[in-house]
Design a protein around this ligand. Structure first.
Ligand SMILES: O=C(O)CCC(=O)C(=O)O
Ligand SMILES: [Mn+2]
Length: 202
C-alpha cells in the first residue's frame, strides 16, 4: 500500500483517540503565501459568547465556510456560511487527497497575537458524527495546543508549527478536550483552519 503522507509524523495522544501531527505538511514558502492570502480572502468576523449571562466578544476572529447545502446551528443560532475562497479550496483539496477524507466545511480562526485564545472544548456536536475526523492546519505564529483528558485529567501539549497539519480522529473528541491558551510571549498572528465533515443541523 502506498501512503501519500509526508514521511515524518508523530502521534500526540497516548491513548483514547488519535491526533497525528505532520509538522511540515506545507513547505514554508507555500505556507507563507497561504497565510497572506487567507488573511485578506477570509471574511473575518467578531463573534460573541455568553459568559455568566453576559455577551462578550470571543478572543479571536473567525469565519465559517461550508458547501451550499450545509446549515449549522451553533449555540442556538444559525451560523452564516461563507463561500469557499481560492486558497481554502486549494488547501481543502490538498488535505482531502493526502488524508483520503472529505470535508464539506471549515472553521477559520485568526489569533491576532498571544492575547487571542480558545478555551477548553471538544468538537463533539452531533453534526460532527460519532468519531469526527478533523484536519487542523496552522499558518503563522507557533502556538501551543493543549489536550486534557476528560476523565483522568491527563494533559498533553504540542506546538503547532507554521504549515503543519494536526489530524484528529477516533475517540479524540469524546475522551479529550483541547484549547489554545493565552501567551504574553506571542506578538504575531496565527491562522488556523479546522476542516470538518458535518451533517446539516437544520
Ligand atoms: O486554533 C486551533 O488550533 C484550534 C481551533 C479549534 O479547536 C477549533 O476551531 O475548534
Ligand atoms: Mn476544536
Amino acid at each position: 500500500m502506498t501512503t501519500l503522507f509526508p514521511a515524518d509524523s508523530v502521534e500526540v495522544l497516548p491513548f483514547d483517540g488519535s491526533a497525528q501531527l505532520f509538522p511540515s505538511f506545507f513547505e514554508t514558502s507555500l505556507a507563507q503565501d497561504y497565510f497572506t492570502a487567507l488573511n485578506s480572502e477570509v471574511p473575518w468576523e467578531e463573534h460573541h459568547l455568553i459568559l455568566f449571562g453576559k455577551k462578550v466578544p470571543e478572543p479571536r476572529r473567525s469565519a465559517w465556510i461550508a458547501d451550499d447545502d450545509i446549515h449549522y446551528v451553533y449555540s442556538g443560532v444559525e451560523r452564516t456560511a461563507h463561500a469557499w475562497t481560492p486558497s481554502l479550496t486549494l488547501i481543502r483539496n490538498a488535505i482531502a487527497s493526502e488524508t483520503h477524507h472529505s470535508f464539506n466545511s471549515v472553521l477559520a480562526n485568526l489569533y491576532r497575537d498571544g492575547n487571542d485564545a480558545m478555551g477548553w472544548h471538544a468538537d463533539d456536536e452531533p453534526c460532527n458524527g460519532p468519531e469526527p475526523v478533523i484536519a487542523s492546519v496552522s499558518f503563522g505564529a507557533e502556538r501551543r495546543f493543549d489536550f486534557r483528558h476528560r476523565f483522568n485529567k491527563e494533559k498533553v501539549s504540542v506546538v503547532l508549527p507554521h504549515g503543519s497539519l494536526l489530524l484528529m480522529s477516533g475517540l479524540s473528541q469524546h475522551c479529550w478536550q483541547h484549547g489554545i491558551a493565552r501567551s504574553k510571549k506571542i506578538t504575531s498572528p496565527r491562522i488556523n483552519l479546522t476542516f470538518r465533515f458535518v451533517t446539516s443541523t437544520t
